[in-house]
Design a protein around this ligand. Structure first.
Ligand SMILES: NC(=O)c1ccc[n+]([C@@H]2O[C@H](COP(=O)([O-])OP(=O)(O)OC[C@H]3O[C@@H](n4cnc5c(N)ncnc54)[C@H](OP(=O)(O)O)[C@@H]3O)[C@@H](O)[C@H]2O)c1
Length: 227
């Protein structure tokens, strides 16, 4: 049975990934709050990745880094600290976790890392400057590490559009906003955490052994199509 480290499995997309994996993997979750799931295959470590020392883990075959931000403001209201905070949680947190667990992952079975970007790294949208900068950093990290760690370890990123989680709750706070978001996407939908988790599970799996250094737009058409 594979062992997968999930950073940020207490809620949102990370929790959906934990739920998917528990049937066939040992899951080690790292987050500030414990997931409200109890399962023999699940271990939780309380940790703030930006501040605390990461827990010692003996062995792992996969790593998913979920913490991220949606900090939408016009450039006139984005402070330098906003940019630094977004970079810290999206990029430096992922770098810290990868550096810590790389030695054990390299000893794992067909190891794989999954990170998260956003459609806003490819699609120019007003008020997304800070998150677009940080997630473009995540995409650069995936390209560079994909090359550096081949053939031992694969690394990919998922770039989702709006996904129904606490992080996106401000964008989906009433029926009108939900209808607007739905209508803006050519596929006339946005994402559920489970759909994104299914893609992460595939990227972790041996079925994906030929794929590394890629950015998967789960965009419901918003980046890909102009209809
Ligand atoms: N939701 C969307 O619409 C959307 C769209 C595009 C991209 N994304 C990206 O997809 C990823 C997952 O998003 P999500 O919506 O599932 O986010 P979420 O609901 O906010 O969940 C984030 C997870 O990360 C953990 N976390 C956050 N800060 C942490 C810290 N400092 N230390 C340790 N754990 C921390 C949270 O747990 P605790 O609070 O318990 O620590 C939680 O389990 C993010 O990178 C996000 O940028 C999301």
């Amino acid at each position: 049975m594979k062992t997968i480290i999930i950073v940020g499995g207490s809620k949102g997309i990370g929790k959906a990934i934990v739920t998917n994996l528990l049937a066939h993997c040992n899951v080690i979750n790292i987050s500030r709050n414990a997931p409200d799931i109890s399962h023999d295959n699940l271990t939780h470590h309380h940790c703030d990745v930006t501040k605390d020392e990461l827990p010692e883990i003996e062995a792992a075959d996969g790593l998913v880094y979920c913490p991220g931000s949606i900090n939408l403001k016009p450039i006139s209201r984005l402070s330098i600290d906003d940019f630094k905070d977004d970079f810290e949680i999206n990029v430096l947190g992922a770098v810290k976790v990868i550096q810590k667990y790389l030695p054990i992952l390299k000893n794992g079975t067909k190891p794989s890392i999954v990170l998260f970007s956003t459609v806003a790294a490819k699609l120019g949208m007003p008020y997304h400057a800070s998150v677009a900068v940080s997630k473009s950093g995540v995409e650069g990290l995936v390209k560079s590490l994909g090359a550096e760690l081949a053939p031992t370890l694969r690394i990919n990123t998922i770039a989702p559009t709006v996904t129904d989680t606490e992080l996106a709750s401000k964008l989906l706070r009433n029926e009108k906003m939900i209808d607007n978001i739905t209508e803006r996407h050519p596929l006339k939908k946005f994402l559920s955490p489970k759909e994104v988790a299914d893609m992460a599970e595939f990227l972790l799996s041996d079925s994906c052994a030929s794929i590394s250094g890629q950015i998967f737009e789960m965009d419901c058409g918003i980046v890909s199509f102009k209809i």
